[in-house]
Design a protein around this ligand. Sequence first.
Ligand code: SF4
Length: 218
Amino acid sequence: MTPRPFKPKEELLSILKETRRLLENMKPSRSISNSKLEQLEPIRRQALVCRACRLAKERTHVVFGEGSLDAKLVFIGEGPGRSEDLQGRPFVGQAGILLTKIIQAMGLQREQVYIANVVKCRPPMNRPPEPDEVAACSGYLKAQLSTIQPKIICALGRTAATALLGSQAPMNQLRGKTFQWEGIPLIVTFHPAYLLRNPAAKPQVWEDMQRILPLLKP
Ligand code: SF4
């Protein structure tokens, strides 16, 4: 076989072409969470200035929700309390500390899950949100869940369960079952604020979390 004549210019061009191809392949592909962020960010911005219901009047901050947009597990509570309203973040008061401990006991970090509420503005005196307020805010919650597409949704308390399932059933009929929200499994457990008032219910919540864990496996 006759050796190929050495042509420095062509060799250089070929090396440059190959380097370019390798660099192209090294470019990170657009992550799932980036496209989810693009989808959810305009909705979050819309919520931050929303005045669609009477809860807008007394709020300090809109508490949209936080966490990983690639979360396998999403917790949905009732509405922001005082600390949440002041900080603009969900579950940061005493109930939030307890929720974080529950998440950690499941072997997860808070940053790995997504946490939001049925209504994004604090109801006065922490009263439960009225049905018309839940309805006015439902588009934001639906957008969050539809965008994140978690493997499982955990409804914290009856208000969240009612908002997501449309069921008026009491907690003793909601716990221990697996429901579906638009094809996503949904489990109902007690709200952490209830646990602060009724610590004896902690083992029941742990039972509910034990039912969630196998559903998170790949
Ligand atoms: S609670 Fe929801 S619907 Fe009502 S003002 Fe706040 S963001 Fe808008």
